[in-house]
Design a protein around this ligand. Sequence first.
Ligand code: CUA
Length: 327
Amino acid sequence: MDANNTLTGFNSMAATFAADVDQAFWINFWISIVLGLSVIVPMFYFAWKYRESNVKDEDIINYTHNTPLEIAWTLIPTALMMVLFYYGYTSMKSLRTMPPASESITIKLEGSKWKWKYEYPANKSGHVHKITSVYDKKIGDVKRGLYVPVGTNIILEMTAPLNDVIHSWYVPAFRMKEDVVPGRTTKQWFKSDVPGEYEVECAEYCGTAHSYMYSKVVVMEQADYDAWFESTAKSPFEDPSAATISKGQSLYEDNGCAGCHSIDSDAILVGPALKGIGAKYDAEYLKDAIVNPDKDVPEGFYPGVMPPFALPDADVAELVKYMQDAK
Ligand code: CUA
């Protein structure tokens, strides 16, 4: 991921409909150029040809109309507009026609300030993968992402929490973008035949950390995907034999806290750093900071930036413990 190059992805066509979208774009582009020039070039030519010093009053004739010319300048642009419509319509149709659910994997997607969450159907052992993907400023990369097998239809059911704002899930390499709206379910599908890692960007201005609301799609070989999907690992690229993390750390990662708060340094990402916070505040204060963040906003920060987190009491207690342990 290169955060300085926001156009990463346009150099590859990683979804099956990407070529249709590009074709529609370039046909639109060239027809617009031709139609534009066909008006602008004659305009300058006639302005020059019939300039005042070049026309004598007795040469001026009043034309009322010219039927063949009028028919030509109506029919030719109309035909070109129909060409534009055809390619626009067919490429939109390929994007908007969902494949049958029985031949697809349906994944729930949630966008919120400022993280993306993906929830898979249960695997054979009943485990449901729930992945939270945030951009980690410290490593300059996206932590976790949407993992999908190559050559498979993926249907995304997208939404945002009611107390959040509109986001938009945009994958330049796929040429697809779909709004993620609080309280509404939008759908988008894709199929990628090219294994690789593709950037996801939020394409709807959503506040303070909008420009860091990145994620990624990782298109994997079927066998690699299956091996991960039937496991309980949070990602295919994390060592399953590594030391298990605490419940608190797991909650911290799954709720995307790391996207805005640094836990192991004094760096201010969006909100205050949490290192050493246990020494400054008691458990009750830290609990309020999670469930009712606007109750007391530290100096230099603004209310309304952090949404309240409606989590079970036990989870909040684990998170508070994790914060108190961050020294
Ligand atoms: Cu989410 Cu911009």
